[in-house]
Design a protein around this ligand. Structure first.
Ligand SMILES: [Zn+2]
Length: 337
């Protein structure tokens, strides 16, 4: 029953949105659909951004260091250029985190926040997150972090642009969407901990879910020869409804093979605890962690932009866009089990 209802609501929503937020004008007779906006997420744009974001100029983006400052300004400039505002204050996209919070591991740093305000349920917020930092420079070698987590960073920038394009055409999401770029992940999930435990800009009680993206630009050894996959971690741990929605959206629009190997409670890698979604999950907020698995260049200076699978990155980013679209526009808020 749920699956049918869910698929039905997707179709209805498109039409409903169309009716309540008319996107079809009599003159041009064209009807825009969610797929038109998903298709604005392209391999070319992702590649252009990632070659800059993960270039040597950014010096591996170590938390608190000049390269990381370049990273936060790159992200902020994108949102300013796209006309996507900050939820903090006009033109202020940085959530400042004092040096003391990093337990001596880093100088002061900042998260970057931008958001699209919901049209009908603006107080309910979906958070899409990725970490902006990486390993920096070690023994004179730059750790570019193209996959980790340059891929997640540029994916969010494209997803945000797609939602803005939809909003500009009368397709504003019903719920608000927060694009959250966190710092200090490599040092111990500091940026997301600061947001969740010290200063959640939106009350955690109003946070309907977190979609966290960390490394989605490569193929791991297990999937060589079968690259159309993605590991999903956490989707059914707090909300079966979120899990079912994720599955149904994938079947409807993208058809990527979901691998739940690391979703096992006994996963020896403990990946569920090792990225920023965990600071939301621990607060009983339903999460999905999107991940391609580790590979030969993981945490090496060789994790460079030329090794990224851009068509795959675009497809995975589109999947996350469609999933976010459904969560932000469905009538009912995602229920916890
Ligand atoms: Zn990472």
């Amino acid at each position: 029953m749920k699956k049918l209802v869910l698929l039905f609501s997707i179709t209805i929503m498109v039409c409903n949105c169309g009716s309540s937020q008319s996107v079809s004008s009599k003159s041009n007779k064209s009807v825009l659909t969610v797929t038109d906006f998903a298709n604005t997420i392209t391999a070319e744009e992702l590649k252009t951004m990632l070659y800059t974001y993960a270039s040597d100029e950014f010096e591996g983006r170590r938390t608190g260091e000049p390269g990381q400052k370049k990273a936060v300004n790159f992200i902020k400039d994108h949102y300013v250029n796209e006309g996507i505002p900050s939820p903090i204050a006009d033109g202020d996209y940085f959530q400042e985190i004092p040096e003391a919070f990093f337990e001596g591991k880093a100088k002061a740093s900042e998260n970057v926040l931008a958001y699209i305000k919901g049209s009908e349920k603006p107080d309910e917020v979906l958070i899409i997150s990725a970490h902006l930092d990486h390993e920096g420079i070690k023994k004179g070698e730059i750790y570019n972090g193209a996959d980790d987590d340059g891929s997640g960073t540029v994916a969010i920038l494209e997803i945000a642009k797609a939602f803005k394009s939809a909003a500009d055409k009368g397709f504003r999401p019903k719920r608000s969407i927060l694009f959250l770029h966190v710092t200090g992940e490599e040092l111990g999930l500091f940026g997301s901990q600061y947001y969740a435990d010290v200063n959640p800009i939106f009350p955690l009680a109003n946070t309907v879910a977190n979609l966290n993206i960390d490394m989605i630009g490569r193929i791991d050894a297990k999937h060589e020869g079968n690259p159309n996959y993605l590991y999903l971690i956490g989707s059914n741990k707090l909300s079966t409804e979120l899990h079912d929605l994720s599955e149904a959206v994938n079947q409807k629009y993208v058809n990527i093979e979901f691998d739940y190997t690391y979703n096992d409670d006994n996963d020896p890698n403990r990946f569920y605890y090792r990225s920023d979604h965990y600071n939301f999950a621990k607060n009983n907020i339903p999460v999905i962690f999107y991940f391609n698995g580790t590979h030969a260049d993981y945490h090496k200076p060789t994790d460079t932009p030329d090794k990224i699978e851009y068509d795959l990155l675009a497809k995975r980013a589109q999947l996350i866009f469609y999933t976010a679209w459904e969560i932000a526009n469905r009538d009912e808020r995602i229920k916890l089990d």
